[in-house]
Design a protein around this ligand. Structure first.
Ligand SMILES: [Zn+2]
Length: 211
């Protein structure tokens, strides 16, 4: 996985982005990198959007309950002041932040901070999510992680929403979303496949998709 660059002369900052679908291990990878920095006695701070309080108000929590302490912030502008004095800054669920996060990260990187961002690259409609496309454009290093498609076992790049809610921001875990590859995601959208029906015992519709 990601290896930090070797420093020669003056240390400069940079931006790393870890992106992918839901259940792809983005937060686990973020935590892994941050823990390594902590072990090296680097000053580490982690921020997450205040909107995301699925599991815990102060921990960055991945789905497998691997945790690390974090600070919830309501707006990206708060990060600039709160990040003062830290050499490594992690940002989780970056897709939920405002667009100002891009400039905030660029400024911090210019000041010598290493920024590690984790976030969904696409929303449930398959569209670029929040500030993520811009962050990907300005980052020095990008890691795209993948989940496994719930239906065919190929690598999954899309987050398929299992419920009929139209909001872009719907926080969720296993009940509301599942990871799908491009083909299974598209098949689901075309047929308006509704897994609620699957639970009701009409799952015989599904094998036809792949025969
Ligand atoms: Zn698939």
């Amino acid at each position: 996985m990601f290896l930090e660059p070797h420093f020669k002369g003056q240390r400069s900052g940079w931006i790393e982005v870890i992106c992918g679908s839901m259940f792809s291990g983005k937060t686990e990878e973020l935590i892994r990198r941050l823990k390594r920095a902590k072990i090296a006695n680097q000053k580490v701070e982690i921020f997450k959007p205040a909107v995301d309080q699925r599991y815990d108000k102060t921990n960055v929590v991945s789905h497998d309950m691997n945790t690390i302490l974090s600070t919830p912030v309501s707006h990206s502008s708060k990060i600039t002041e709160l990040a003062e004095g830290f050499s490594v800054v992690g940002i989780d669920e970056a897709q939920f932040f405002d667009q100002g996060l891009v400039d905030v990260c660029q400024e911090l990187a210019l000041k010598g901070t290493r920024i590690i961002i984790a976030g969904l690259d696409m929303d449930y409609l398959g569209k670029p999510f929040g500030p993520m496309p811009d962050l990907l454009a300005v980052a020095e290093y990008i890691t795209k992680v993948h989940a496994i498609c719930s239906h065919c076992g190929n690598l999954a790049t899309h987050s398929y929403r299992l419920t009929a809610v139209a909001d872009q921001v719907m926080l969720g875990a296993k009940q509301e979303y599942e990871p799908r590859c491009r083909t299974c995601y598209q098949m689901g959208n075309i047929l308006h496949f509704n897994p609620i029906k699957l639970r009701e015992g009409t799952d015989d519709v599904y094998p036809d998709l792949f025969s």
